[in-house]
Ligand binder design. Sequence first.
Ligand code: IPE
Ligand code: IPE
Ligand code: MG
Length: 263
Amino acid sequence: MPRKSKKNIDSDLKKQEALKKSGEIPTHIAIIMDGNGRWARMRGLPRVAGHREGVESVRDIVEACGQLGVKYLTLYAFSTENWRRPQDEVSMLMRLLMKALRDEADKLNKNNVCLKAIGDITKLPNPVQNELLDAIVKTQNNTGLNLLLALSYSGRWDITQAVKKIYYDCRSGNLDIDSINEDIITKYLSTQGIPDPDLLIRTSGEFRVSNFLLWQLAYTEIYISKLNWPDFRRDELYKAIADYQKRERRFGMISNQIKQKKN
Ligand code: IPE
Ligand code: IPE
Ligand code: MG
């Protein structure tokens, strides 16, 4: 990415300050990073070029979220269903992931980012798992942005693994079946302890959830960007947050109740 001039940094800081003043910054943002392949195709490039440029967007968005004071950022990087892609694309994505983790771990650490992963990590090739664990351990005591990478993840996988663990705990007597409620189920999901996303962003103009955080998205505000992920940089993130700030989150209630609560 080209180095930013002082003028650009100053104008970016101003935009961030304006956003912090104009409303609440979402605590948890989740992103379905889509459109890398189309970005490349539009330029007559191989798909790998789109994925590489997508890593640049990840860098920019992670940094901007940290600066804005977002507490959790969950990035959908590889879904359970993505294993069905052609073998060479899957291998290329795994290599790229490994390289990105290796290249970025120190910078994430310097920026006080705490890296976590959700998903069926055991399905990833061993070298990728090792690189991932190294980066997680390196950043585990950081107190800034929590960056959750969803890898070999799907919402149905998450619910399924939760059901299995609940069954085992009931069978061993650690959990009473009659005590199971929504809070208990939430604790068995891979996102335990993490508040549900306030804002879900999907890029490339696609209007679907693609098996992302199915349980956790129950009351999340959705923002669809027409841009392909490699073109999605911080200015577009600011637009999404500004849009979010205009929404009224009613959680099933009526507008007057929400207004009374605020006052
Ligand atoms: C998102 O871009 C990256 C992953 C799903 C791994 P795509 O690879 O899905 O790009 P399109 O949708 O084909 O353009
Ligand atoms: C969703 O993108 C998964 C990730 C961004 C990792 P896909 O490109 O796999 O989604 P579909 O297949 O278009 O729904
Ligand atoms: Mg796609």
